[in-house]
Ligand binder design. Structure first.
Ligand code: ATP
Ligand code: MG
Length: 159
């Protein structure tokens, strides 16, 4: 089924609005409204929900900014979720998509979670022939990058 990526992101932003407000964070969306993916929109809502929720949950400093963006390259549609929070230590990166893995920090015991979210995200992305990677500069920027083959992408021109 073809669906609009912006409707998944809209849905996620509204579901997370109360926690966003509590954290005084700002959410941005940079996705053309006519961009569509082929797959399961419920999975995509879950994928974006997990990534945006993580960015909100892990951060306490006001001024947090989270951006969901999409761009097209020669052979892929690239979806990124970027945040300006505490980030992920480089030594944790190889384990991040493992089931039950959580980064240990001085306040990680206060942040609720099972450590399953990202393993589910990875599976859901792979079920759509995609791949996910992460890069982080602690206290500056964390970027989750999802790459989806162009055969699952189209620009639906308004009739
Ligand atoms: P669950 O998603 O099952 O509720 P969780 O959020 O702890 O639990 P994951 O979503 O798999 O589990 O994330 C694993 C860990 O990766 C988190 O516990 C956190 O330590 C780290 N992490 C994920 N995203 C971010 C982020 N944007 N900034 C900082 N740390 C992150
Ligand atoms: Mg999570």
């Amino acid at each position: 089924q073809w669906f609009r990526l912006t409707s998944c992101a809209d849905d996620v932003f509204s579901r997370l609005d109360s926690i966003r407000e509590k954290k005084q964070a700002v959410l941005h969306m940079d996705i053309p409204t006519d961009w569509e993916l082929y797959g399961d929109p419920f999975y995509w809502t879950q994928i974006l929900f997990n990534l945006v929720e993580n960015a909100l949950k892990q951060n306490t400093e006001p001024g947090l900014s989270i951006t969901v963006a999409a761009a097209k390259t020669q052979d892929a549609c690239v979806i990124t979720v970027t945040d300006t929070g505490v980030g992920i230590p480089v030594e944790s990166i190889p384990f991040l998509f493992n089931r039950f893995y959580r980064v240990e920090t001085h306040h990680s015991s206060e942040i609720k979670g099972t450590g399953l979210g990202l393993s589910i995200v990875k599976r859901a992305v792979e079920a759509h022939d995609g791949a996910i990677t992460v890069s982080s500069i602690p206290h500056r920027e964390t970027v989750f990058t999802i790459t989806i083959p162009l055969k699952r992408f189209r620009e639906e021109k308004a009739a």
